[in-house]
Design a protein around this ligand. Structure first.
Ligand SMILES: [Ca+2]
Ligand SMILES: [Ca+2]
Length: 181
């Protein structure tokens, strides 16, 4: 039997006090087309699971984003952050889009020089936070999804099952860039 360390995972939708209720809804009007992107899987302690394709021999932290909507999402104006004080810390590649049901892998390796999918920060397996924000015109950033986590095991990813669903689980087999099954 495999015994995984106790994992605390708090979906921020369920507990917003740290985040502030207004971040998610401010600036949203009924007509606004808010993309249905979610944080779908992450690995905060990667030693052997998946090698950074942009640099041989590097096993870096990564996070998978999923488009659960029925529309193609253009990534311009979308940001991934590990710091609520700085929602726009890392701009997703603005010349790319995500098809419905598509996945995008972002490397959290603090090596932005390695390409447009490399964020300027790493994940802390002991305790960290991730969020996706949309910046639409001059409005306040709109939070699309967020997750807080603690005490992540080496080489064990956490993912939503099913893809884009409410429940987070530690995955027996990491699936970077593909369905969590
Ligand atoms: Ca790297
Ligand atoms: Ca996956």
């Amino acid at each position: 039997m495999i015994v995984l360390p106790l994992i605390f995972l708090v979906a921020c939708e369920a507990s917003k006090p740290d985040v502030g209720d207004d971040t998610e809804t401010s600036g949203v009007t009924p007509e606004m087309d808010v993309p249905e992107l979610s944080l779908n899987e992450f690995l905060a302690s990667n030693r052997t699971v998946y090698e950074d394709p942009d640099y041989v021999g590097e096993f870096d932290d990564w996070v998978e984003i999923y488009n659960g909507g029925s529309e193609t999402v253009e990534l311009a104006g979308l940001y991934l952050t590990d710091d609520l004080e700085t929602p726009t810390k890392f701009a997703l590649p603005e010349d790319r889009s995500m098809e419905p049901g598509g996945f995008l892998l972002i490397w959290c390796d603090d090596q932005p020089e390695q390409g447009p999918t490399h964020a300027p920060y790493k994940l802390n397996r002991k305790e960290d936070f991730l969020a996706i924000f949309l910046v639409d015109g001059g409005n306040d950033p709109i939070r699309l999804d967020a997750v807080e986590f603690k005490d992540q095991a080496q080489d064990v990813s956490m993912g939503r099952v099913p893809d884009g669903g409410a429940e987070w689980k530690s995955l027996e087999r990491a699936s970077p860039g593909a369905s969590n099954g």
